[in-house]
Design a protein around this ligand. Structure first.
Ligand code: XMP
Length: 609
């Protein structure tokens, strides 16, 4: 990581598992600053941190090429806690032994701590915990010999050295995952470790003050130009810049693409109006977007056209604003971005992985500007939840800052298109068309292994069409696993008997966007009415160019649960909610059928594209 160390914070060294972010956000929730670094960060660069946590990771420490930290971290004189792989790496490097476990433990087990007669010294992490508690394990290796100076502090049935410590040096190793909610006392143990480090205090409030000072310093006497997408991050960043710098030094631009959700632009306008922010220029450019999208059907092509049109409009409006405004004189302004913490760090987890997509805040032209000090990203050290809390503190409405994530190209990725009357011709005939299944004529994007798929969805018809059973959920995993032509499984919630669907050639049009906006709005209100909005991570609503009548279309409901969008589970909607959504969407003109997507990610992505 570049830049100065975060003095007084707890450093998480990331060995490549999925845990580093979870640990860092937990530590912050306790009120202490915490940041993630690649595992091989130079200890010199960590001088000043209050403590170090070594995260989990999927490899074996004794394997060639496994991720390594610098042993110099043990000489920094601060407490160190190794978790899972971190526990093993610590044992291995400090002279103990790690070997394949006799019994590999995955999932729930019971930890038992060493009783006081066996362990006379104080154990800051476990003292006063019960003698036994449930923990969550996931390991194939174990610490078979403790390093010198360490004592065992807990065991499980199959793992003798499940936790260890060197009390004098304040080094701890724990095999189980404290950061997951299934582990009892997990948060308590993490918090005890954090306290032991005597870290600095951290809160959104103190952060806002700190970042306010930083913004003033970085911007100097320049002005800031900022693209506001309508999403939470850029809205909060824009508000913060306005608060700190004042309206006359900030200029915002929001491009209305015609692919936003119902009432979205108005909601943002009103929120800013209430806060007295009147320096956001809104450019209504939907005509131009729909014109450029005429006849465009391929998912990647749609993305490209939308992205390029964005750039054209931005450039044009920027030039026009520049001609009229003293704010945007060459050499006197910077670009503002709503980049948040997970977008910026290169950690053990992502460093070696192939890039699936470049984050739009880090494309080459922007990176060049960043290197020249021409970009300001006031939220770049915050997690999403923290951005939301900050947004509310700045006076933005709750329902605006807690909105579900929404893709940059907007409804464009949720309006499926068709060039011909048949997609993936030939493949469908090879699939059984027996009731109660029916292969839909559309294909959508999915993900399997590390690769992208473009395959058909299969529909299940059912006597009780609004009821999601365990059998159905199992089918949703089984079918794509065993059939190479299928990447999604849907339940038809509007019809119980199989019907034939035909495809109509269609691209993205204003009429289709308007129809999807209405269906999306129905879903939003039904979710809110049932108190489900904050339980569901994201709920894309998708428009398909196929129906049972000539020119008819269908709607797919795709509620999911997730923590980071990398993987996701289909969210099981209560029957009554599903029924009510279906009924109201079926009442929209031109909708022939409603489906519920039961597919997890993988094999189905969150968006259909
Ligand atoms: P997938 O469909 O790949 O989506 O499972 C993962 C998450 O990314 C969001 N998404 C985007 N977000 N710009 C964004 O800012 C985009 O172009 C984009 N495409 C997908 C998607 O909504 C989900 O949360």
């Amino acid at each position: 990581m570049e830049g100065p160390v975060h003095t007084g914070s707890i450093a998480i060294l990331d060995f490549g598992g999925q845990y580093a972010h979870l640990i860092a956000s937990r530590i912050r929730r306790f009120g202490y600053p915490s940041y993630i670094y690649p595992c091989d960060t130079d200890p010199e660069a960590l001088q000043g941190v209050a403590g170090i946590i070594l995260s989990g990771g999927p490899q074996s420490v004794y394997e060639k090429g496994s991720p390594q930290a610098d042993t110099g971290i043990f000489d920094l004189g601060v407490p160190v806690l190794g978790l899972c792989y971190g526990h093993q790496w610590m044992a291995h490097t400090l002279g103990g032994k790690v070997s394949p476990a006799q019994v590999k433990e995955y999932g729930r087990t019971e930890a038992q701590r060493m009783k006081n007669e066996k362990l006379t010294m104080k154990n800051d992490l476990f003292d006063s915990l019960p003698e036994k508690w449930t923990v969550w394990m996931s390991h194939g290796d174990e610490v078979s010999e403790l390093p010198e100076g360490f004592v065992r502090i807990a065991s499980t049935k199959d793992c003798i050295n499940a936790a260890m410590m060197n009390a004098e040096r304040r080094f701890f190793g724990i095999q189980w995952h404290n950061e997951v909610t299934h582990t009892e006392h997990g948060m308590e143990v993490l918090e005890r470790f954090a306290k032991l480090c005597k870290p600095a205090q951290w809160s959104i409030k103190s952060y806002a003050d700190h970042v306010g000072e930083q913004i003033k310093k970085d911007v100097g006497d320049r002005k800031v130009f900022m693209l506001v997408s309508g999403g939470v991050d850029s809205t909060v960043a824009f508000t913060l810049l306005n608060k700190v710098l004042g309206a006359d030094r900030v200029q915002g631009l929001l491009v209305d693409t015609g692919l936003m959700r119902k009432g979205e632009v108005k909601m943002i306008e009103e929120a800013f109006e209430k806060l007295g922010i009147n320096n956001l220029h809104i450019e209504e450019a939907s005509e131009e977007f729909f014109r450029k999208l005429e006849g465009v059907c391929d998912p990647e092509e749609k993305r490209k056209v939308i992205g390029n049109t964005f750039l054209d409009v931005q450039r044009r409006v920027f030039d026009a604003l520049k001609a009229h405004s003293s704010k945007l004189k060459a050499g006197e302004w910077m670009l503002g971005q709503g980049t948040i913490y997970p977008d910026t760090i290169e950690t053990g987890g992502t460093k070696h992985a192939d890039k699936i997509k470049t984050h739009h805040n880090r494309v080459e032209a922007i990176q060049k500007m960043i290197d020249q000090g021409l970009v300001i990203e006031p939220l770049k050290e915050l997690y999403k939840d923290e951005v939301r809390i900050l947004g509310e503190e700045l006076g933005l409405p709750h329902e605006l800052v807690w909105r579900h994530p929404f893709p940059g190209p907007g409804l464009g990725v949720r309006i499926l298109c068709a060039k011909n009357r048949e997609q993936g011709a030939g493949s469908r005939e090879q699939l059984a068309q027996d009731a109660p299944y029916m292969v839909l004529p559309v294909q959508s994007v999915g993900v399997q292994g590390d690769g992208r798929t473009y395959r058909h969805a299969i529909v299940v018809f059912h006597d009780r069409p609004a009821e999601v059973t365990q059998d159905l959920l199992e089918l949703a995993t089984k079918i794509p696993n065993s059939n190479k032509e299928i990447n999604r499984v849907l339940l038809c919630t509007s019809q119980s008997a199989p019907v034939k669907f035909s495809l109509h050639p269609s691209a993205i049009t204003r009429e289709r966007a308007d129809l999807l906006r209405e269906a999306d709005d129905v879903v939003l209100h039904e979710m809110q009415r049932a108190g489900l909005y904050e339980k569901i991570w994201q709920f894309p609503v998708v428009l398909l160019p196929c129906g049972t009548k000539p020119g008819g279309q269908s709607i797919v409901l795709r509620p999911i649960e997730s923590t980071d969008a990398m993987t996701a589970n289909a969210y099981v909607l209560p029957s009554a909610v599903l029924q009510s959504m279906t009924k109201r969407i079926m009442a929209l003109p031109g909708v022939d059928a409603v489906f519920l997507d039961l597919t997890n990610k993988p094999p189905g992505t969150i968006e259909w594209e």
